[in-house]
Design a protein around this ligand. Structure first.
Ligand SMILES: C[S@@+](CC[C@H](N)C(=O)[O-])C[C@H]1O[C@@H](n2cnc3c(N)ncnc32)[C@H](O)[C@@H]1O
Length: 226
């Protein structure tokens, strides 16, 4: 898997930020994004049991914060890139004193048959933050296909990030962000909520809620139809 972006990147690299001298990577936006995301997820996940699969967990800072915020859940973080997996593992070790190894998962592949995921039983939820616009469409599609296979009845898919509705953007900033992303990689770009809804439906997923988030982001909540 190569990163073809010239200005935007879906990868975190050592040396990008101050390092603590271990595998932990740092995202510029973690501190701004995490509190309102947790407050929204809490409406659905507080006190729930079972496993939440996080796709494209990146540095693993969010995954560790989610695991702390929702202790009744098993938070299973995943990513396809080795340096991200090492960082996710290191953050978890440091903040949770837990040595659980994250899952190597490319959402564009047929991950719904992965034995480790199947061994969790039907999933309580799937979360992906800032993934759908900065990865090829096949990643979003694969996420929804796998969710249809692996989610428990009533289970949720949470997609956090910037989206559009048809040709309408939520703010001019998002419109130019979309243009920049597509210039970097024609297969990237803000996804259309109506299109996501139509693609999700045949996989037993219905769009239930759309939460406004800071900086013209949203959390889309899809529910697995019983
Ligand atoms: C902008 S980062 C977001 C990271 C993290 N979720 C966050 O909010 O900080 C995009 C993430 O998508 C992941 N990603 C890219 N291609 C992917 C794929 N094929 N399957 C799963 N994740 C992928 C990248 O490795 C990266 O962690």
């Amino acid at each position: 898997m190569t990163n073809t972006g010239k200005r935007h990147t879906a990868r975190y690299f050592p040396g990008q930020h101050d390092l603590a001298g271990d595998a932990r990577l740092y995202s510029d936006v973690f501190q701004r994004n995490a509190p309102p995301i947790i407050a929204t997820l809490s409406q659905y996940l507080h006190g729930q049991s079972g496993t939440v699969l996080e796709i494209g967990a990146g540095t693993g800072q969010h995954a560790a914060a989610f695991a702390l915020a929702f202790p009744s859940l098993t938070w299973l973080a995943s990513d396809p890139f080795p340096e991200h997996l090492a960082s996710i593992h290191a953050w978890r070790r440091q903040l949770l004193r837990d040595d659980r190894v994250p899952l190597e998962l490319d959402a564009a592949r047929d991950w719904g048959t992965d034995p480790e995921i199947r061994s969790q039983g039907p999933l309580t939820a799937i979360y992906a933050g800032n993934v759908t616009h900065i990865a090829p469409w096949a990643v979003t599609e694969g996420l929804l296909v796998g969710a249809g296979r692996c989610l428990a009845p009533g289970g949720k898919v949470f997609l956090y990030g910037p989206f559009r509705r048809g040709t309408e953007f939520f703010g001019e900033g998002n419109r130019s962000f979309d243009t920049d992303l597509r210039a970097d990689n024609p297969d990237w770009g803000l996804r259309d909520i109506d299109h996501l809804e139509a693609v999700a439906r045949p996989h037993g997923l219905a769009l239930e809620d759309r939460h406004d988030m800071p900086a013209n982001n949203h959390i889309l909540v899809f529910g697995r139809v019983q």
